[in-house]
Design a protein around this ligand. Sequence first.
Ligand code: HEC
Length: 317
Amino acid sequence: MNLYSKIKISRGSDKSSVKEKVFHQIGALCYRSTEKNVKVLLITSRRSKRWIIPKGWKVDKMSNRKSVALEAWEEAGVQGRVSDRSIGTYYYRKRSSKNDFLTCAVKVFALEVKASKKKFPERGQRRLKWVNPTIAIDLVTEPELKTVIKNFSGLISERSPALPQLSNWYMQGQLQKYKQNILGYKVEDSDGYSMSSLMKDYSNQQIADMVSYIKTFKPRKQLNMLHGDLENGKIEYQLNCMACHQENGKGNKQLHAPNLVGLSDVYIVNQLIKYKDGIRGSGNGDKHGKVMQLFAKNLKNEQVMKDIASYIISLQD
Ligand code: HEC
């Protein structure tokens, strides 16, 4: 059950109520992401002028991804990189004649926009708008499309850790924990809480797909934001962390200790505080989290955490 599927709207249709034949389409969630924010592209539909995303029929003998790129170009004049896999599906009712509707399932792909042209085939027939994901969620009417945008933006937003740096096995495990409510079960942990409510809608396959998609993002270099004491950070790191996360910070799969290099220092300190305060690592059956909790509890104060985090930042290439 997603957050919006209880809302009755005339055009959206709940998956469970789809009994008749479903027609398959493909759609593009076009986005741009910068250090500061994520924006997604909405367009208006030609007939009813409601806000939607570029979408249409898959072109015969053309791959889903190529068809997605083509729709985005024809309807919105944007070009870029299409995700290898779909990021979700939504349903809507398409008018086929005066009194008849078809039910369409739109398989949505993410398209990272690299170029946007002034001249394109359907120019002038629609309005275009770049908006924050939260606004996009408000503007679109189909409930599952709201969910697709919400899930996608949640995963690529600034509040998520530096996801591409995390290895597959670790990310899968963490996302599963969110899903099973082991992580993020405390309301104090607001980021964790929104992650977990988001992951509940995901099947294991969708989680695996998300992970492989996120892995294609280019990691960005983290800056030293906290300016901790590197000398002390090094000593404390070697004393308290190296046994599991290794001298180079790359982690140890056998011990289930993740790579730390490439995470931001602010994120690292926040996690250490969460472990120390028992907001992270206390979930039922979270044995790896509990191990980490013990070591976070060893740290004297927040300054030591900052020193260690700054030292970890210095381990980047
Ligand atoms: C005994 C092994 C061990 C030691 C020592 C250890 N860790 Fe960990 N660490 C882990 C494990 C296992 C996890 C995964 C925990 C989980 O699933 O929540 C983890 C997770 C983390 C995370 C969370 C990363 C993320 O993706 O959110 C951070 C940050 C971290 N450790 C930093 C440290 C620092 C800094 C130290 C030293 C003060 C340290 N760890 C000491 C085993 C260890």
